[in-house]
Design a protein around this ligand. Structure first.
Ligand SMILES: NC(=O)c1ccc[n+]([C@@H]2O[C@H](COP(=O)([O-])OP(=O)(O)OC[C@H]3O[C@@H](n4cnc5c(N)ncnc54)[C@H](OP(=O)(O)O)[C@@H]3O)[C@@H](O)[C@H]2O)c1
Length: 243
C-alpha cells in the first residue's frame, strides 16, 4: 500500500513550494479549494512520485470533509504518514470591528479544519500510518500586532495543539509547528509593496523571507534527521524577534 504526505494550502505560496520539494522525494496529496488551481498546482509538482489532489473548502462543513477524506483514502487504497497544515487565511481587523463571519472563517481554515484532519488520520481508515504532523503557524502567534488578534489567536491555538498532541501521540507521532515572520507570497505581496510594508521590513535584519526558507525547515521537520524533535514551535523570521 502506497504511503502519502498530505499538504493543505498546496495551491499557493509556501504550501505550493513545499509540495514541489516534497514531491521530489515522496508521494503527495495536494489539498486546495479551487479545482482549477489544484490542477495547476499538480501540473507544477512533477511526476517523479505519485501526486493526488483532494479538493475541499476548509471553511465548510468539517464533518463532511472528514467523510470525503475517509472515502478518498479507502478508494485510492493509500495510507498517510505525514500531515502538513499550511492552509491559512488572515484579515486585518480591530477587535471592535471584527465581523463574526470573518472570525469563523479564520478559525475554520487555520485551526478547526486541522483538528478534523488529524482526528481522521488517527482513525482505523488510515491503518495507524500517521508519523508526523507539521502545523504552519505564524510569528503573529507570539508577537503582538494591532489588528491581528483573531488571526494571532487562531495561530496560537495551532502552537498549543502541537505541544499537547506531541505529548499525547508520542512516541509514534511527532508534532511541531513553524512560526514564520513575513514571507513574500500571494498573501503578503500587496502589503509588502506598500510604504507600510517597506517600513515593516526594516525591522527584519535578514530582510523578507522566501518560500524556500520555510520549505527547508519544513522538510527537516518531516525527515528522520529531526527524529528527536517534537512539541516545538520553531520561529523562523530573519531575526525579526531579536528586536
Ligand atoms: N506569507 C507570510 O508572511 C506568512 C507568515 C506567517 C505565517 N504564514 C502562514 O503560512 C501559510 C501559507 O501562507 P502563504 O503566505 O503561502 O499564503 P497563500 O499564498 O495565500 O496560501 C494560502 C493557502 O491556503 C489556502 N486556503 C485559504 N482559504 C482556504 C479555504 N477556505 N479552503 C481551502 N484552502 C484555503 C489557499 O487556497 P487558494 O489558493 O484557493 O487561495 C492557499 O493554498 C498560512 O497558514 C499562513 O497563515 C504566512
Amino acid at each position: 500500500m502506497d504511503t502519502y504526505t498530505i499538504i493543505t494550502g498546496a495551491t499557493s505560496g509556501i504550501g505550493l513550494d513545499l509540495s514541489k520539494r516534497l514531491a521530489k522525494e515522496r508521494n503527495v496529496i495536494l489539498v486546495g479549494r479551487n479545482q482549477e488551481k489544484l490542477d495547476f498546482a499538480i501540473s507544477q509538482v512533477g511526476d517523479k512520485h505519485h501526486v493526488l489532489g483532494f479538493a475541499c473548502d476548509l471553511d465548510s462543513d468539517r464533518k463532511a470533509i472528514a467523510t470525503q477524506l475517509s472515502e478518498f483514502i479507502l478508494t485510492n487504497s493509500i495510507q498517510i504518514d505525514s500531515f502538513v497544515h499550511c492552509a491559512g487565511t488572515s484579515k486585518v481587523m480591530a477587535i471592535r470591528q471584527a465581523v463574526t463571519e470573518s472570525v469563523d472563517t479564520i478559525f475554520n481554515v487555520n485551526i478547526l479544519s486541522a483538528i478534523e484532519f488529524i482526528k481522521l488520520l488517527l482513525k482505523k481508515e488510515n491503518k495507524g500510518a500517521l508519523r508526523n504532523i507539521l502545523l504552519i503557524s505564524s510569528l503573529a502567534s507570539v508577537r503582538g500586532e494591532k489588528g491581528n488578534s483573531i488571526y494571532a489567536a487562531s495561530k496560537g491555538a495551532l502552537n498549543s495543539l502541537a505541544v499537547t498532541l506531541a505529548k499525547e501521540l508520542a512516541p509514534k507521532v511527532r508534532v511541531n509547528s513553524i512560526s514564520p515572520g513575513t514571507v513574500e507570497t500571494p498573501m503578503t505581496q500587496d502589503f509588502i509593496a506598500t510604504e507600510a510594508g517597506e517600513k515593516h521590513l526594516k525591522d527584519y535584519p535578514l530582510g523578507v523571507g522566501h518560500c524556500e526558507d520555510i520549505t527547508n525547515l519544513a522538510c527537516f521537520l518531516l525527515s528522520d534527521s529531526s527524529r528527536w524533535i517534537t512539541g516545538q514551535n520553531i520561529i523562523i523570521d530573519g531575526g525579526r524577534s531579536t528586536l
